[in-house]
Design a protein around this ligand. Sequence first.
Ligand SMILES: Nc1ncnc2c1ncn2[C@@H]1O[C@H](COP(=O)(O)OP(=O)(O)OP(=O)(O)O)[C@@H](O)[C@H]1O
Ligand SMILES: Cc1ncc(CO)c(N)n1
Length: 266
Amino acid sequence: MSRNILSIAGTDPSGGAGIQADLKTFSALGGYGMTVVTALVAQTTTGVSEVLEVPPEFVTGQLTTLLDDVRVDAVKIGMLGSTGVVEAVARAIDRYRLPNVVVDPVMVAKSGDRLLAPEAIEAVRSELLPRADLVTPNLPEAAELLGEPPATDLDGMRAHADRLRKLGARRVLLKGGHLPGPDSVDLLVSDDGGTTTFTAERVPTENTHGTGCTLSSAIATLRPQRPGWPEAVRDAKSYITEALRRADDLDVGHGKGPVHHFHAWW
Ligand SMILES: Nc1ncnc2c1ncn2[C@@H]1O[C@H](COP(=O)(O)OP(=O)(O)OP(=O)(O)O)[C@@H](O)[C@H]1O
Ligand SMILES: Cc1ncc(CO)c(N)n1
């Protein structure tokens, strides 16, 4: 049976992050990809120049139109932008009992540009985390959600992941890509409180645009194809690592280029 995977996120005309990265990832990993757009973002490998938010009522319109027709097997939630959109998405998760909800709490692009209004962080904390089967923050995002300084080592990451679970997320994958060191280590805290680390050798590339979007989309796509979350995370981590290793094969833009979503095909 084919699996339908939905991305609820913003756009990236350069194709490396956001909805575009999500669709490529779903497709590369054997999912049928679908999208609900929350914001139109004028951005490329060098940064964001403009954002046009989609009104919350129209996000709801897209969701109800789609979900009244199509069965969804997993959801990846990325850039939401505003409190109203966070609330619209939370209502749809409840109304349609959406399964396998992966929340990537996107706040700031790699270029440093904000993708979530500061006042919307509270809505992500109170409305979205309790509805997430898995939340996938990077270290600064976890720190913002907790109102604490970012973790600087694995013990600190464990403490932050535990606290995010106390805020209601069923599982937390805290991404350690921002820590220095020869390895890039992510920490999964499962619904029973058990922890698993996923370690990959750090790839020496500047082309890291959209890594977070790609990882969360890979997990959402693989979850219905694997026995559990740890297996989905393990195989998603292999996918993003190989996509990073092959990123320099592409020739896209003058800044931080995209990862190679179709490395297994080309
Ligand atoms: N240079 C690298 N080599 C290997 N793995 C990496 C590298 N950079 C990031 N990763 C991995 O990529 C995944 C995404 O992590 P990262 O911390 O970069 O996400 P992010 O900051 O949310 O990304 P984004 O900028 O797209 O929002 C994680 O599994 C992380 O460990
Ligand atoms: C639309 C969008 N979502 C997420 C990110 C995170 O990098 C980005 N740059 N753009």
